[in-house]
Design a protein around this ligand. Structure first.
Ligand SMILES: Cc1ncc(COP(=O)(O)O)c(C=O)c1O
Length: 343
């Protein structure tokens, strides 16, 4: 059966045109900094993010872990949101790789406030441990693709600057935030010491993430990437996909947001499905099934029988994601399937 796959924006497959770009890529040994396509991707991304330099990495998780490693020392405390990707889905890496202690705070829909962070920070005057890094996520995955407001990022940045605390932005889907709000990626990235972007989510590339920061940060990030086994060689064949994605798939993220909103409006209320439409801000749609006759497991099974794939998102929720490889027509078909399942 041909499924309409709404599980994630990571399920997209490289298009023919992207594959052509891959096959034409000029390559060299990136270990010597000699892959022209990787270098071009890194320069493009540094420019888009308004940072001095950038580094291609294997995954969003690797970018996050490199950034934490470079911006902290063992024994430091890192503040992050309790539902963040780093806290939930990265195999408990920060204490293992960087020896840091994580201090999760619960945000409102993934959004932390300056006040919350101010109340939590441990300064240099304590004999115990010191807060050295704050990690933010924009858009926020587990909160359903919510956008971190620029003004709050600025306030948090100012607080952290005044306390000598670094700020890292997990911007796996920062371009979704940017396309939705009109705020440039560089304006978001301005309020961070380092930022990462995923190429393999809404942008539709098969692999990769790019980490950006100042030159010193990127030099140290290269060492940390090597330590993690992430130094690669003729990797221009992957960077070419990233360049293609930046040149062709960025503005079109707006279409994914339209598809997600259409879908959310249509399925909200069907057979007890509850969606907080105010928080369908980008391409992710989180549906609460607490008041449905179907459990999450049953809903996933029934939808699969109807040709639609979605994922479990906690005990009472499922998630659907609009992306490059689902058309509006397929989105309509998915709505029909939901109508049959949630009669
Ligand atoms: C916000 C966020 N950060 C980081 C990642 C990790 O990306 P990867 O799967 O490439 O390691 C994800 C993946 O979904 C994510 O949603």
């Amino acid at each position: 059966m041909e499924y309409i796959d709404l599980r994630s924006d990571t399920v997209t497959k490289p298009s023919r045109a992207m594959r052509r770009a891959i096959s034409k890529a000029e390559v060299g040994d990136d270990g010597f900094g000699e892959d022209p396509t990787v270098n071009r991707l890194q320069e493009m991304m540094a420019k888009i993010l308004g940072k001095e330099d950038a580094l291609f990495t294997a995954s969003g998780t690797m970018s996050n872990q490199i950034a934490i490693k470079v911006l902290t020392r063992p024994g430091d405390e890192v503040i992050l949101e309790v539902e963040s990707h780093t806290y939930n889905y990265e195999s408990g890496a920060p204490p293992v790789i960087s020896g840091v202690q994580l201090r999760p705070l619960r945000g409102e829909r993934g959004i932390l406030t300056q006040e919350q962070i101010a109340q939590t920070i441990r300064g240099p005057d304590t004999p115990y441990l010191e807060t050295k890094l704050v990690c933010l996520e924009n858009t926020h995955n587990r909160a359903g693709g919510t956008i971190f407001p620029l003004e709050e990022m600025e306030r948090i940045w100012e607080l952290c600057q005044s306390k000598g605390i670094k700020v890292y932005l997990d911007g796996a889907r920062l371009f979704n935030a940017s396309v939705a709000t009109g705020v440039s990626p560089a304006d978001y990235a301005r309020y961070s010491d380092a930022v990462s972007i995923c190429l393999s989510k809404g942008l539709g590339a098969p692999v990769g993430s790019v980490l950006a920061g100042d030159k010193e940060f990127i030099l140290q990030a290269k060492r940390a990437r090597k330590l993690l086994g992430g130094g690669m060689r003729q990797v221009g064949i992957l960077a070419a996909a990233g360049i293609y994605a930046l040149e062709n798939n960025l503005e079109r993220l707006a279409e994914d947001h339209q598809k997600a909103r259409f879908f959310a409006e249509q399925v909200n209320g069907l057979g007890g499905i509850e969606i907080d439409l105010e928080f369908v801000q980008t391409n992710l749609v989180v549906m609460n099934l607490a008041n449905s006759r179907l459990t999450v497991g049953q809903a996933i099974e029934e939808l699969k029988k109807e040709g639609v794939l979605v994922v479990r998102f906690g005990s009472q929720r499922i998630r659907a994601v609009a992306h490059l490889d689902v058309s509006m027509k397929e989105m309509r078909k998915a709505v029909e399937a939901f109508r049959r399942v949630f009669r």
